[in-house]
Design a protein around this ligand. Structure first.
Ligand code: C5P
Length: 218
């Protein structure tokens, strides 16, 4: 299985992170959360006081922060320079700003290059929005995870304290629209990807199905 790349794409709340980490663990592969890199970039941009509508400044400055991703599925680390940002990147401020930053083509070019460097020799499960379409189109296994809007919102509100499923559904719908309608590398299903609807599946069932697809395609 040397060199294997498993691309896991899909919208927020489709169960990508838990499933990707579970698959990496089961197969002894590395794991890369590309969403965490877009969040880390967004955290840094916000800290600089850059206006989110000012895409020219975001484009000009996105080469400045050093973004360092760990690839251990048991404790995926993310740093900006020496600062551990694993906690701050999950805060609402970053979550509501990330789609605007991720839509800037220069941000995408920088992070896609970084992702390709990490993916390198393979043996990795990579989750994101454009892994099968742009970052690793030759990956032998491409999965597109979906779930009903209700199930996705339910999962998110169970993870986050102090939020209702209704509020989550509205926030997810807003992010989906921004992510799938942006000009550069929008969220879409890759050629050759297998769609997996996780609405009625628990985590173990999702992992088992992905493992079955990996076995079938490698
Ligand atoms: O997966 P997560 O919810 O952490 O991703 C945060 C945001 O990062 C997404 O809403 C999207 O705007 C952006 N993203 C992206 N391309 C990726 C991964 C994430 O544009 N490959």
């Amino acid at each position: 299985m040397a060199g294997l790349v498993v691309a896991m794409d899909g919208p927020s709340g489709s169960g990508k992170s838990s499933a990707s980490r579970g698959v990496a663990r089961a197969l002894g592969l590395r794991y890369l959360d590309t969403g965490a890199q877009y969040r880390a970039m967004t955290w840094w941009i916000l800290r600089q006081g850059v206006d989110l509508a000012d895409s020219a400044t975001i484009a000009a400055r996105c080469g400045e922060p050093e973004i360092v991703s760990g690839t251990d599925p048991d404790s995926p680390a993310i740093h900006v320079g020496a600062v551990d940002v694993a906690g701050p990147i999950r805060e609402d401020e970053v979550t509501s700003a990330v789609s605007a930053v991720a839509a800037v083509p220069e941000v995408r070019a920088r992070l896609v290059a970084l992702q390709r460097e990490i993916i390198g020799a393979g043996d990795i499960v990579v989750e994101g929005r454009d892994i099968g379409t742009v970052v690793a189109p030759d990956a032998p296994v491409k999965i597109y995870l979906t779930a009903s809007p209700e199930a996705r919102a339910q999962r998110r509100s169970a993870e986050l304290a102090g939020t209702t499923a209704e509020a989550q559904q509205a926030a997810l719908a807003r992010r989906d629209t921004l992510d799938s309608t942006r000009k550069t590398d929008p969220l879409s299903m890759a050629d050759g990807a297998v769609e997996l609807d996780t609405t009625a599946l628990n985590l173990d069932e999702v992992i088992a199905e992905v493992l079955r697809l990996v076995k079938e395609r490698t």
